[in-house]
Design a protein around this ligand. Structure first.
Ligand code: SF4
Length: 182
């Protein structure tokens, strides 16, 4: 078993924060272990919790639509979240939960060594770059985390509620297409 698979196995049994009591499944993430691009959302939702896979609910379908529009195969990416377990009723992650969980993400990044990290939504942006504020002001821009470029965009869940954002999400993610095709 490779190091990433071992780490993800540890996550499945993790009890480091209270979310282990309410989850059905921890959701470590999935995709290529040597992916050029890591997509990072906030936390698993209901469907993800039930299936143990990231981005499989409505937001996941929107992400799939966007990737299909750009002809980016989902399996070429690595897709995960800041938190690996679902917060009850999809509430915003609490600070101690993020603090307990974040090392898993850092370790995943270290093992995968992507060319670029993509933050999907506010939580991932704030956690990786410290930036706060309206995503409108940041999306499409690149920042940095531990010498990795970080591309900022919307969470696909935002597109579920505001379809006008879809073209902006597509446009932002065009940036990763050339990296994947290299
Ligand atoms: S959210 Fe993270 S720290 Fe909390 S139980 Fe799940 S895997 Fe462990």
């Amino acid at each position: 078993m490779d190091k990433l698979a071992k780490l993800n196995k540890t996550i499945l049994k993790c009890t480091k924060c209270e979310l282990c009591e309410s989850r059905i499944n921890a959701v470590p993430g999935e995709g290529a272990k040597n992916a050029e691009v890591i997509l990072i959302g906030e936390a698993p939702g209901k469907n993800e919790d039930e299936e143990g896979r990231p981005f499989v609910g409505r937001a996941g379908k929107t992400l799939d639509e966007v990737l299909a529009e750009l002809s980016i195969p989902r399996e070429n990416l690595y897709i995960t979240n800041i938190l690996k377990c679902r917060p009850p009723k999809n509430r915003v992650p609490k600070k101690p939960e993020v603090e307990a969980c974040i090392d898993y993400l850092f370790k995943q990044i270290e093992l995968i060594q992507p060319q670029i990290i993509v933050t999907l939504g506010q939580s991932a942006l704030k956690t990786l770059t410290g930036l706060k504020g309206n995503l409108r002001d940041f999306h499409g821009n690149k920042y940095e985390f531990n010498n990795y470029p970080v591309l900022v965009t919307y969470h696909p869940a935002a597109v579920v509620y505001n379809r006008n954002l879809k073209s902006e999400l597509v446009n932002d993610l065009k940036n990763i297409k050339s990296i994947i095709e290299k």
